[in-house]
Design a protein around this ligand. Structure first.
Ligand SMILES: *[C@@H]1O[C@H](CO)[C@@H](O)[C@H](O)[C@H]1NC(C)=O
Ligand SMILES: *[C@@H]1O[C@H](CO)[C@@H](O)[C@H](O)[C@H]1NC(C)=O
Ligand SMILES: *[C@@H]1O[C@H](CO)[C@@H](O)[C@H](O)[C@H]1NC(C)=O
Ligand SMILES: *[C@@H]1O[C@H](CO)[C@@H](O)[C@H](O)[C@H]1NC(C)=O
Length: 425
């Protein structure tokens, strides 16, 4: 493909030359232009080969795209969105990728700004964030297993990566490794990516007083959810032994009173099989879960594994929460001052959990082996990039992201981190 792209401009030039030589000197032109043609062909071939060699073999070329500033570490989170009138070409994938969940396929559901979403590019202040190269990625991560562990927002990111890779390497085996919700092996590269569905990371299930006549009942609890802060959910408990690279997230479900109603169905925390007494609030429960899960993963991860924790994905409900008629109908990213208005903790707005979750994550991960994949700030701007009414639900979807869309940029950050780890090692 690369070769064809490089040859065609020069063959066009040849045609032009051929044409003009005909006009000026009909008799000698034929030999001359044939010579010229051969020469150009040789040059093209040479160009082609040198490109091809660079593309497959040279590690220096592979890593020269790693963005770096003076201290070698770019803060990808610190930047701004720039509008380009044309979509990057070729797109890394489009709406025909079968793995895109219907409610996220904004192009297929005719969301009015579905294409415009793709024209905004993130520019970190200290460096560039190039779109990752899927073919090079497959080459670099041969014989590697990559697991996304978390809620549907991690699935959103997983699908983006899948579609980008599938576009350049279509031979895939669909299967569900070690409890995964879905997974694929790119057979020509023996590269597996999988999504492990888990809302709270910890195991949880319905609890009622009749099944437990202990202290909780005497405190007046009748119904709720039992959350075992020290037991990983079965969907991913085997994932650390299987994957070489893991990307975790949790957050939305800890601030979801529609499911974990503080009165009707509260979160009830258990540690070592006993209720935590006195009962604790969800945010304190989150701290306990994070502490246990971080240490579980560190103990059980494969030697040399790369562990990532993704920061919270912001929601953009305005005019009420999801079940109160809240909407996200903007067609452009927010301005910086609008971002602060919507997300600052001071304002305690509808989407206040975004930055609260991150405070808990940063505290829990401070002295851990996890790298933080910080996508929050860049995503806070993108009120325009949710499915909104195109999500196909009764309420607007201002939580997930259109695909193709924002999580493509998350994957650029993810791959840039991976590449810089490879450079350092
Ligand atoms: C990176 O930038 C973000 C957004 O401006 C900021 O919140 C964060 O603290 C920065 N991180 C570091 C390590 O400086
Ligand atoms: C989107 O528009 C196309 C062409 O107008 C139409 O065929 C299709 O049914 C529309 N899809 C939805 C989900 O409205
Ligand atoms: C595929 O990769 C895995 C490591 O993820 C390795 O254990 C396995 O041997 C590889 N298979 C082949 C056929 O190379
Ligand atoms: C934030 O707002 C919610 C209602 O939306 C309220 O219940 C809560 O007490 C507020 N928190 C603070 C710290 O003001």
């Amino acid at each position: 493909m690369l070769c064809r792209a490089r040859i065609s401009p020069s063959s066009m030039a040849t045609r032009e030359l051929h044409y003009s030589s005909k006009i000026h000197a009909a008799s000698t032109s034929s030999l001359f232009s044939r010579l010229l043609l051969s020469l150009l062909c040789l040059v093209s071939l040479f160009l082609c080969f040198s490109l091809f060699r660079n593309d497959t073999a040279s590690p220096s070329l592979t890593y020269s795209v790693v963005p770096q500033n003076s201290d070698g570490n770019c803060n990808y989170s610190d930047g701004r969105w720039i509008y380009y009138p044309t979509v990057r070409s070729p797109p890394r994938y489009d709406h025909t990728c079968k793995e895109i969940f219907k409610g996220w396929n904004c192009i297929a559901s005719n969301k009015s700004n579905a294409i415009d979403i793709l024209k905004w590019r993130w520019k970190p202040y200290g460096c560039d964030l190039p779109p990752f190269d899927p073919l090079r990625f497959l080459e670099n991560f041969r014989d590697t297993n990559i697991g996304f562990v978390g809620d549907s927002l991690n699935r959103n990111m997983f699908v983006s990566l899948f579609c980008a890779l599938k576009r350049v390497s279509s031979e895939v085996k669909k299967w569900r490794p070690v409890g995964a919700d879905r997974g694929f092996t790119f057979v020509n590269y023996n590269l597996t990516i999988a999504y492990h569905r888990t809302n709270l990371l910890a195991r949880y299930g319905r609890w009622s007083a009749s099944s437990d006549s202990g202290a909780l009942q005497s405190l007046g609890y009748k119904e709720g959810y039992r959350i075992d802060v020290d037991i990983p959910e079965g969907t991913w408990v085997e994932a650390p032994k299987f994957h070489d690279i893991l990307i975790f997230n949790t957050g939305h479900w800890w601030w979801a009173p529609s499911k974990f109603d503080p009165v009707k169905s509260p979160m009830l925390f258990f540690e070592k099989g006993e209720h935590v007494t006195p009962p604790i609030a969800p945010d304190a429960g989150l701290d306990m879960v994070l502490r246990h899960m971080v240490s579980f993963v560190e103990k059980n991860a494969r030697p040399g594994a790369n562990l990532f924790f993704r920061t919270q994905s912001p929601r953009h409900f305005e005019g009420g929460d999801w079940d109160q008629g809240g909407t996200c109908s903007r067609s452009q990213p927010l301005a910086p001052q609008e971002v602060e208005q919507l997300f600052s903790l001071k304002n305690n707005g509808t989407n206040v959990e975004t930055r609260l979750v991150n405070e808990h994550l940063h505290k829990a991960l401070k002295d851990s082996n996890f790298r933080i994949l910080d996508i929050t700030h860049m995503s806070e701007f993108r009120a325009d990039a949710h499915p909104s009414t195109a999500g196909g639900k009764r309420h607007d979807d201002c939580m997930h992201w259109c695909l193709p869309g924002l999580t493509d940029t998350w994957n650029d950050v993810f791959v840039a981190h991976l590449n810089s780890i490879r450079v350092r090692n």
